[in-house]
Design a protein around this ligand. Structure first.
Ligand code: TGC
Ligand code: FAD
Length: 392
């Protein structure tokens, strides 16, 4: 990839709304991405390999357990800080942000929120330092948008649980040390179980041939009569609301992350348009290219304001799930549209790995689908404003 010359757009002086601590955290993540992600990410994607060497750095910038209390190894930050870290990581690559989202919001969060003190002390410090990598198993081959229909199940065998079933499309699965798995008990009630690599009957085959999120490993979780110790059940919440509560946190991080991808595409296109000459002039001097760039910065600015406000609502414990859905849906759609437009500004160069835009575009095709599809989030807004669920 060409040298990383990223300059973050801030058209409405949003930095004025951030505290000095927010800016410090954001800038340290930004510098780390420039130094440790930009130089290696294109090759990792071309080879479809997760760059294991970044795990330590992710832990150091506070991307693992950003808002988890320090007593459990977390960074103890607020929600805006968490969002800013996710923005910077996805500015580098959505797959890098994915790894951090899963670790923080889908593995550490449920253990912190629904687990007991022994579980917190056993797993959270190791997840925060990157010694353990975790994954989150909700989606199944026949149950994606409708996780409530899951068939993965466990039976009480007296001194342990017996877990059977399969999960699909699971980020981090191929190398995860622990998996937070959602399964039904004999009464059909959904519970979270912590499954550890090495348990007999548990395997994690890799999903190959992805054109998207190639630097993030995706796989299956197969449970064939896995004996799960009883102390691995998350005791403090059950029902579909438990995994969906984790999704709120991850979707919130994605809303910020998508802005990062969009900012990178915009910044790259703006610089290229000012430098690239055609018909004896920079292409930035043509109205059609200005229209593209002006619309990009307008959409980025709207998303920045929406998302900052969502962060402050979350800090106050006032953000609703529906507000999070609106932000995730809007921002990912915005980023994908900007990636497509920015790619055109670069002409043929836009399809190469010399620039990050095509990689962002392909990544965002996953981001618009996972953590609830574009359609599902629209229906969540529809349900919120009408009071009528249109899913079924
Ligand atoms: P429904 O009857 O509406 O709700 C069941 C229970 O859940 C509660 N609830 C929520 N709780 C917390 N947060 C939310 N966002 C919640 N949404 C609903 C609800 O109040 C109810 O509670 P209770 O006590 O009454 O039982 O459920 P439904 O079956 O009708 O489904 C609703 C629907 C479609 C919105 C939901 O299933 C959904 O969101 N589907 C999308 C599935 C999804 O997002 N999967 C993501 C998998 S994980 C992933 O993609 C990780 S990618 C990670 C990465 O690499 O970054
Ligand atoms: P489906 O649910 O089959 O949907 C197919 C189409 O039908 C979509 O366009 C959808 O919007 C539409 N549709 C479905 N229901 C309705 C409806 N009621 N009304 C209107 N339209 C509808 N899952 C995890 O549990 N953990 C992970 O770590 C994880 N990581 C992922 C990583 C990647 C790279 C990808 C691509 C996916 C990942 N997922 C993960 C799975 C992801 O959450 C699901 O793919 C997503 O929830 C959609 O499910 P599906 O693919 O089965 O699509």
């Amino acid at each position: 990839m060409a040298q990383d010359l990223f300059q973050a757009p801030d058209y409405f002086q949003l930095d004025d709304l951030l505290t000095e601590e927010h800016k410090l955290i954001r800038n340290s993540a930004r510098e780390w991405v420039k130094r440790d992600i930009s130089p290696i990410i294109e090759e990792a994607c071309q080879k479809a390999e997760f760059p294991q060497q970044i795990v330590k750095g992710l832990a150091e910038v506070g991307a693992f357990g950003s808002y988890i209390p320090e007593q459990y190894g977390g960074a103890g930050l607020d929600q805006v800080s968490y969002g800013l870290i996710m923005q910077e990581l996805e500015r580098g690559d959505s797959g890098v942000r994915s790894t951090a989202s899963v670790q923080t919001s889908l593995v550490m969060y449920p253990i912190y929120k629904y687990g007991n003190e022994e579980q917190r002390m056993k797993y959270l410090p190791k997840l925060a330092s990157g010694e353990f990598i975790g994954c989150f198993g909700l989606t199944e081959p026949d149950h994606g948008s409708n996780p409530g229909g899951m068939v993965t199940n466990f039976k009480d065998m007296g001194d342990h649980y017996l877990l059977n079933g399969a999960k699909m499309w699971i980020s981090n699965a191929p190398f995860a040390d622990v998996a937070v798995v959602w399964a039904k008990n004999e009464e059909g009630r959904i519970h979270g179980l912590i499954v550890e690599r090495g348990m007999e009957g548990f395997s994690t085959p890799t999903t190959h041939n992805k054109w998207s999120l190639r630097a993030s490993a995706t796989g299956e979780l197969i449970f064939d009569n896995v004996k799960v110790p009883k102390e691995n059940l998350l005791p403090n919440k059950s029902g579909l609301g438990a995994p969906l509560g984790c999704l709120d946190s991850a979707r919130y991080g994605i809303a910020w992350g998508a802005i990062g991808a969009a900012m990178d595409c915009y910044d790259t296109a703006l610089r290229y348009a000012k430098e690239r000459l055609q018909f004896g002039k920079p292409i930035a001097s043509f109205q059609l290219q200005q229209k593209k760039l002006a619309e990009m910065i307008t959409e980025i600015t709207k998303a920045q304001l929406l998302t900052w406000r969502l962060g402050t609502l979350r800090n106050d414990g006032k953000a609703s799930s529906a507000q999070i859905s609106m932000a995730k849906r809007n921002n990912v759609d915005m980023a994908l549209k900007i990636a497509r437009e920015a790619r055109q500004v670069l002409g043929a160069m836009g399809i190469t790995g010399e620039y990050s835009i095509m990689r962002h575009m392909m990544n965002l095709e996953s981001v618009i689908t996972y953590e609830g599809t574009h359609d599902i989030h629209l229906l969540i807004t529809g349900m919120d404003i009408t009071g009528i669920a249109a899913f079924k």
